[in-house]
Design a protein around this ligand. Structure first.
Ligand code: ZN
Length: 46
């Protein structure tokens, strides 16, 4: 069993219902990851 080093390629970007940016990355071996980023719009209330 050899050690496989995942090579992540961006598969897509989407915005969740909570307004966060979700990035999907994929390796050629079939593994996938999702990462979410909180988007700070800088929207002052009052
Ligand atoms: Zn892989």
């Amino acid at each position: 069993m050899s050690v496989h080093v995942h090579v992540r390629h961006t598969d897509g970007l989407a915005v969740t219902e909570d307004g966060e940016l979700m990035e999907t990355t994929r390796c050629q071996c079939g593994a996938t990851w999702t990462s979410t980023f909180r988007v700070e719009e800088g929207d002052p209330e009052g």
